[in-house]
Design a protein around this ligand. Structure first.
Ligand SMILES: [Zn+2]
Length: 316
């Protein structure tokens, strides 16, 4: 079992999480909180922070309003990363969650709470459960032990089995609008940031913040400006390939360019050309997942040539 490390992230300053947290804690106070909750939304929208804030509330002996007190024995244990009634699980190396991990969780749910309160499980990346793991979890979802809460997190809930979905109460955390995300980032980082950052991060503020704080944003800015220079005929294909060949975010970079061109770029208002661009981009997204090695480099070149063609013939 691995620790997602959500504990060091509070929802302080994440104002968009306050409303769902208020609703969830109100339900808990009136003893009507569902025992299995699925929090969905794009990566970096704050699902883990919201789930941890709810877990803290559920475990706290003397919560203040909708927040854990931070001072009771239960809170102190949790702050020390040592609460016996809290379990966190996520996909190992981001790949999968196996049946043994879920069985360990099931055993945990069958015990009694050591702090005589609730027991809480945070299961991140839950769409990455193997078939056997999902089946093992199903039993717990069907008959949840009293006082036990399962908080499932997923950025791709449609990949979950319908039998899992139907047993969870679903809460979708919506991405922020572009202006709201920009305003929040500006305030949080005190930096002037590119106006496409919200679109690039799918409206997920914490994802955008992480790009800024990790320095990845500078690389993305360089990639994006080179891609634009190539489209404008100011940079050759081999030069562009040098920058993009090793990039791991190609789908996002291309998605951003396509979106920009559709909205106010060279194909704006030209329905057929827009359709052709979208279809070719979708093909890239499919191929990118399946094609590997040398063929991938060829595929990248072919797509870039086509992309420039589609945009060059459009609008003159
Ligand atoms: Zn407390």
């Amino acid at each position: 079992m691995t620790e997602p490390g959500a504990d060091d992230c509070s929802i302080q300053s994440c104002y968009w999480l306050e409303a769902p947290l208020g609703q969830l804690t109100s339900l808990a106070q009136s003893q009507s909180l569902a025992h299995a909750i699925l929090l969905s939304g794009p990566a970096g929208v704050g699902k883990a922070r919201l789930a941890m804030a709810l877990a803290q509330f559920l475990l706290c002996k003397t919560p203040h309003g909708n927040k854990a007190c931070g001072q009771c024995k239960s809170c102190l244990l949790r702050l020390a990363g040592n609460h016996p009634d809290l379990r966190q699980l996520r996909a190992t190396n981001g790949t999968s969650i196996g049946v043994d991990d879920i069985r360990a969780l099931t055993e945990f749910t069958q015990g009694t709470a050591q702090q005589a309160g609730a027991r809480v499980i945070l299961l991140a990346d839950c769409e990455k459960m193997t078939e056997a793991a999902a089946n093992a979890l199903l039993k717990t979802l069907e008959e949840p032990p009293a006082g036990c809460y399962l908080l499932l997190l997923s950025a791709a809930p449609t990949q979950l089995k319908p039998t899992i979905l139907s047993r969870c109460q679903q809460w979708r955390i919506a991405p922020l609008t572009e202006p709201a995300l920009q305003a929040w980032l500006q305030q949080t980082t005190d930096k002037t940031l590119p106006d496409w950052l919200g679109a690039y991060s799918g409206g997920a503020p914490l994802r955008a913040l992480q790009l800024v704080q990790s320095g990845q944003l500078e690389t993305i800015i360089q990639q994006f400006s080179q891609l634009q220079a190539y489209i404008n005929g100011e940079l050759s294909l081999p030069e562009l390939l040098k920058t993009l060949e090793k990039a791991e975010n190609l789908t996002s970079i291309f998605g951003l360019l396509v979106q920009q061109q559709l909205n106010n770029g060279r194909v704006a208002g030209q329905f057929e050309r827009q359709q052709a661009l979208i279809q070719r981009y979708q093909q890239w997204c499919r191929d990118e997942k399946q094609i590997l090695g040398q063929n991938k480099a060829l595929m990248l070149s072919a797509w870039l040539v086509k992309l420039r063609q589609l945009l060059a013939t459009a609008g003159g």
